[in-house]
Ligand binder design. Structure first.
Ligand SMILES: C[S@@+](CC[C@H](N)C(=O)[O-])C[C@H]1O[C@@H](n2cnc3c(N)ncnc32)[C@H](O)[C@@H]1O
Length: 320
């Protein structure tokens, strides 16, 4: 196991790299935002297309990932900030930039985060159930499991994990936590497995805890709220006319939001009627990309002037 915060050598392989380069079609001198820079895998390749006067702004909520990105993006054309992509207007205002030419989001979490036992993202590790991308603020997954009522917990697991057994899982969690708090990934896996065994065997290739872990991660990080706000307001406002956006999602809740946003023909020329998925060769090399869906669109007309940015509750955590 690697210590949290230790940059180490990245284990994450950028997914759909060829397709990202093709759909973004970056040209020299442009301004590119990588809103989920992670270990910098995509950005590093995009930089090669930016020429000497281009700029790349890389954002990530996770300081550990930014430390990794800084190893491969040590370049005067790059600016890295710890922030959510949903803080884009604040970040651009601070940098004195009105609008950008290209935006990439590669959502979800990186293999580096999944492998780090101290983060609690994986049901295969035994570490504490934290699951925050930004470890400096907000409630952890263990906090939610300790404090939410049975109905809230069941709703959360159903809504964000699309888990049909959400009620029996929530009941089992609430029963168990009266005698012993659910603090670690192993505690949660045990509770979910117990709930499923009560309800009879399941026919599924996925680990029975997959959906519950996904639901908690989405809730802890307010992932859908960030994406919704970004798609509805910030992306259309801050992308130049003819600017391109490429978004990679890993589950249907996110993909639906992106698909619906790009359907707005007033704003977007959709470049991907169907989502692009990884070729079989990539799927063999990198199993993580099997669920990846890429959608791309071009901003059709000149955006209206940016609105004042004080109307969104998500503020930068590290204005740096
Ligand atoms: C799949 S990884 C990105 C990998 C990256 N494209 C690469 O090639 O190395 C997703 C990253 O997004 C970050 N992330 C998740 N939600 C975010 C948000 N709202 N704003 C900024 N970063 C976010 C995670 O911390 C993680 O590092």
């Amino acid at each position: 196991m690697r210590a949290a915060g230790n940059p180490g050598s990245p284990v994450h392989r950028p997914v759909l790299l060829r397709e990202v380069v093709e759909f973004l079609d970056v040209a020299p001198g442009q301004i590119v935002v990588d809103g989920t820079v992670g270990a910098g895998g995509h950005s590093r390749v995009l930089l090669e297309h930016l020429g000497p006067s281009g700029k790349l702004i890389g954002l990530d909520r996770d300081p550990m990932m930014l430390a990794r990105a800084s190893l491969v993006l040590a370049d005067t054309r790059c600016t890295l900030k710890q922030a959510s992509y949903a803080q884009l207007p604040d970040i651009l205002d601070r940098l004195g930039i009105d609008r950008v030419d290209r935006v990439l989001l590669d959502l979800g979490l990186s293999s580096d985060q999944l492998a780090d036992q101290s983060r609690g993202f994986s049901f295969q590790n035994a570490g504490p159930l934290d699951m925050r991308f930004d470890t400096s603020q907000g409630a952890t997954a263990a906090d939610l499991l300790a404090t939410l009522g049975e109905v809230e917990l069941s709703d959360l697991i159903f809504r964000f994990g699309e888990e049909p057994a959400s009620r029996s899982i929530a009941r089992t969690i609430v029963d168990r936590r009266t005698s012993r708090p659910i603090r670690t990934a192993a505690d949660l896996v045990e509770a979910v497995t117990a709930a499923h065994s009560r309800g009879g065997p399941r026919q599924s290739e996925k680990h029975p805890a997959t959906r519950v872990f996904q639901a908690l991660r989405i809730a802890v990080n307010h992932e859908l709220e960030h994406l919704q706000t970004f798609l509805a307001n910030f992306l259309p406002e801050r992308l130049n006319a003819d600017g391109r956006a490429v978004i990679i999602t890993f589950h249907s809740l996110e993909d639906r939001l992106v698909k619906d946003a790009f359907r707005d023909h007033e704003l977007w020329q959709n470049l991907t009627r169907k989502p692009v998925t990884a070729r079989s060769a990539e799927q063999r090399m990198n199993p993580r990309c099997r669920t990846a869906k890429l959608r791309a669109a071009v901003r059709t007309k000149t955006p209206s002037p940016p609105k004042a940015t004080g109307d969104f509750p998500i503020r930068p955590t590290n204005p740096g």
